[in-house]
Design a protein around this ligand. Structure first.
Ligand SMILES: [Zn+2]
Length: 457
């Protein structure tokens, strides 16, 4: 199965420094598990293509014959291929846009180094100024089954040689909030990856015992969660109906997992909560394998948080600011971003998902969108969420970075004006509606949308 495919060499190397490292070891297919049907199919496809000649006698017989290592990789996130210009990738042109999950066949022997890094639309000048060829690019032979034009390259960090077990067309990344979203519309539910759904489920698993134990008028309306490193970070809203300071989250979550105490009333509610519990238990035991997982690291971190709820990092529920949980987590994420050294390669944009028991309100949604534009892109981070219920809160506290960043705060206030929202926004980031909004869209979500193809094994 693991034969190397020999092609005739189609191009000479470019002036941009040819990578001197030995062929990347991660390019070798090492996963021969029976479940890797998809990988095998790709490899078979490779050896059947008419332009692959094991004898080495290709069409362009004038060129010197050389070993070519063709390896399948999966695109992560969204990226553009670049057509080389003469000998320069930096001066090359963006061509085809590839989506998360698409498979490219790359030539691991044709790697070039270039100044050109991720997100040229914003960083072209920076890459020019730095001048060093610190990004590695691979020549693309095919996209799936389709040949691409000679001289087409993909950046090393835009794909992975670790292929998932599913057909790539089933894989979609999470969705980032948009500043174009308008208030008062129907809720907009984003597509959620299995990783995002698992994190939502964990948040809900911590919230159910609160509903069951705390008086209704005092129940925390929200718990938001995100995974940083190996750790799940969790936070409720503060200032109004916060999670009680003496709430023993680990013990209460343990009660939901290990007893029927919190299953609630009525057949339907009991059935739903038992189903959620079954999935959480299976996840912690390593027996939960939904289709479409591309980030096993995050799945492991969530599994660990289910097994060891005392390892979850909860923010300070006594924070006096009247701020939504996801805004607290946005501050936490920001706190982990350090000043970038422009001499080093930029990380391309990685998604950072914030889950929760509620969809975002309209203001949090916009705040995430502004974060992504003003801060995230410079640090290679894009916050994604489960969507917005598009309702507007009567009072909303902006996180500190937002109202202290002139450009960001101006964007937020411009959006308020554009949507004709009659509100005051003070110097401390408190946004108050002059007239109370209707409560439309502020209700609690059902989140019953786990896909049916989730399964245990
Ligand atoms: Zn909010």
């Amino acid at each position: 199965m693991r034969k190397q495919v020999i092609l005739s060499k189609q191009e000479t190397s470019a002036s941009e420094h040819v990578a001197k490292k030995s062929p990347v070891t991660k390019g070798q297919i090492t996963d021969n598990r029976p479940s890797s049907v998809f990988q095998k199919k790709q490899i078979e496809t490779m050896s059947l293509k008419p332009d692959t000649k094991e004898s080495g006698f290709g069409q362009s017989s004038a060129s010197p014959v050389q070993m070519v290592r063709a390896a399948p990789g999966m695109v992560t996130g969204i990226t553009h291929l670049v057509k080389i210009n003469g000998k320069s990738i930096y001066r090359g042109t963006e061509t085809i846009q590839l989506e998360h999950g698409q498979v490219v066949i790359v030539d691991t022997d044709q790697r070039l180094r270039s100044r050109r890094g991720p997100n040229q639309e914003h960083f072209r000048a920076e890459d020019h100024q730095r001048g060093t060829h610190i990004y590695r690019w691979f020549r693309v032979i095919r996209i799936g089954e389709r040949d691409v034009a000679p001289g087409t390259f993909i950046r090393e960090d835009a794909f992975t040689f670790h292929l998932p077990h599913e057909e790539p067309e089933r894989l979609h990344p999470n969705t980032a909030p948009s500043l174009d979203t308008q208030p008062g519309a129907d809720p907009i539910e984003h597509h959620r990856t299995p990783e995002a759904r698992s994190l939502d489920r964990l948040a809900r698993g911590h919230w159910i015992p609160m509903l069951n134990t705390i008086r209704q008028s005092e129940q925390p309306p929200h718990i938001a969660m995100t995974v940083l490193g190996n750790r799940v970070h969790a936070m409720g809203n503060t200032g109004e109906r916060p999670i009680p300071a003496d709430w023993d989250a680990a013990r209460r979550f343990g009660e939901l997992m290990g007893s029927d105490t919190h299953l609630g009333r009525g057949d339907e509610q009991r059935r739903k909560r038992a189903k959620l519990r079954n999935k959480l238990v299976a996840h912690a035991r390593g027996q939960y394998h939904p289709t479409g997982v591309t980030d096993p690291h995050t799945m492991n971190a969530i599994g660990h948080a289910i097994a060891r709820p005392d390892h979850i990092h909860w923010g300070n529920s006594a924070d006096p600011r009247k701020m939504h949980g996801e805004m607290h987590l946005q501050e936490t994420i920001l706190g982990g971003l350090h000043r970038r050294d422009i001499r080093l390669p930029r990380t391309r944009i990685q998604q950072q998902h914030i889950s929760g028991v509620m969809l975002d309100c309209m203001f949090c949604h916009w705040a995430h969108a502004i974060f992504n534009q003003v801060i995230g892109r410079h640090h290679g981070v894009e916050i994604t969420t489960g969507g917005t219920h598009s309702g507007i809160p009567n009072e909303w506290q902006a996180p500190q970075w937002l109202y202290q960043n002139d450009r960001a705060w101006a964007m937020f206030k411009a959006k308020l004006a554009a949507e004709r929202i009659d509100a005051t926004a003070d110097d401390h980031g408190m946004v108050r509606l002059r007239k109370k909004a209707s409560t439309k869209g502020m209700g609690l979500p059902q989140h019953g949308s786990d896909s049916e193809d989730e399964h245990f094994r």
